[in-house]
Design a protein around this ligand. Structure first.
Ligand SMILES: Cc1cc2nc3c(=O)[nH]c(=O)nc-3n(C[C@H](O)[C@H](O)[C@H](O)COP(=O)(O)O)c2cc1C
Length: 227
């Protein structure tokens, strides 16, 4: 199974969230024959989509010559795409949103109505079976009133074959003094990766454990404010 990690953190290798993605991938590797490729989006030159729709008329080639062509090729040859990113202003960081907009060449002009009334473009042949994982960390301790917009955007953009994991308090993953709390959490995330690779899904109880705060919110806030 080929897994592509698109690291959307502008901090590249120093990303807090990347700890989550790497633990998840380690878990996947422990359960299946998995090959992982990581791309740090911030290091790529990716222009904005200009909305010309030429890619929809020419069978899927973007007119902009930049590093997005490489990312699209990687996506087309992968089985699972992991979008790893920190929550920025209740959404995804702008460089990653730019990548998402530039996915246009992967789908056709045709608009199709789904059962629930939602419309979307049909994916080009062979791309329907792609699976998507969103791994999102954030700085606040609360998930409610925080992750909703990012989760909804991902659900709408990737209506099928997707798994969403949100982890609050993620700056702790880069603080060695918090190892006592983060190491057990990374172990759980590894278990989640193993389950996902083996069964294509994560049990509700494990998901709950993975996505809960590592410290009670007010203690975390006090700790963060003193840090
Ligand atoms: C511009 C900006 C916006 C942010 N917006 C939010 C937010 O809406 N909610 C939140 O909980 N944390 C927010 N954060 C905190 C980051 O999500 C948090 O620091 C995260 O751990 C960074 O992950 P990374 O190291 O993978 O980039 C924001 C940080 C920045 C720099």
């Amino acid at each position: 199974m080929k897994v592509l990690v698109l690291n959307g953190s502008p901090k590249a290798e120093r990303s807090d969230t990347l700890h989550i993605a790497r633990a998840f991938c380690d878990g996947m590797k422990s359960a299946a024959d998995v090959e992982v490729k990581e791309i740090h989006v911030i290091k790529k030159r990716i222009e904005y989509c200009t909305g010309c729709f030429v890619c929809k008329k020419n069978g899927g080639t973007c007119v902009i010559r930049d590093d997005m062509a490489e990312i699209l090729d990687e996506i087309k040859s992968s089985d699972v795409i992991i979008y790893s990113f920190p929550l920025y202003s209740y959404g995804m960081p702008a460089p990653l949103k730019n990548v998402i907009d530039r996915l246009m060449p992967l789908s056709s002009w045709a608009m199709v109505r789904e059962e629930n009334g939602k419309y979307g473009h049909t994916m080009h042949k062979g791309l329907d079976s792609l699976r998507y994982v969103m791994l999102c960390g954030c700085g606040f301790p609360n998930s409610k009133h925080n992750f909703e917009a990012a989760v909804r955007q991902f659900e709408l953009k990737f209506p099928r074959n997707r798994t969403i994991i949100t982890v609050p308090e993620s700056p702790m993953f880069n603080i060695p003094q918090a190892d006592e709390l983060t190491k057990p959490r990374l172990e759980l995330i590894k278990q989640a990766g193993a389950q996902y690779a083996a069964n294509g899904e994560i049990e509700a109880e494990l998901m709950q454990a993975v996505t809960s705060p590592m410290l009670p919110d007010q203690i975390y806030a006090q700790f963060a404010n003193n840090f």
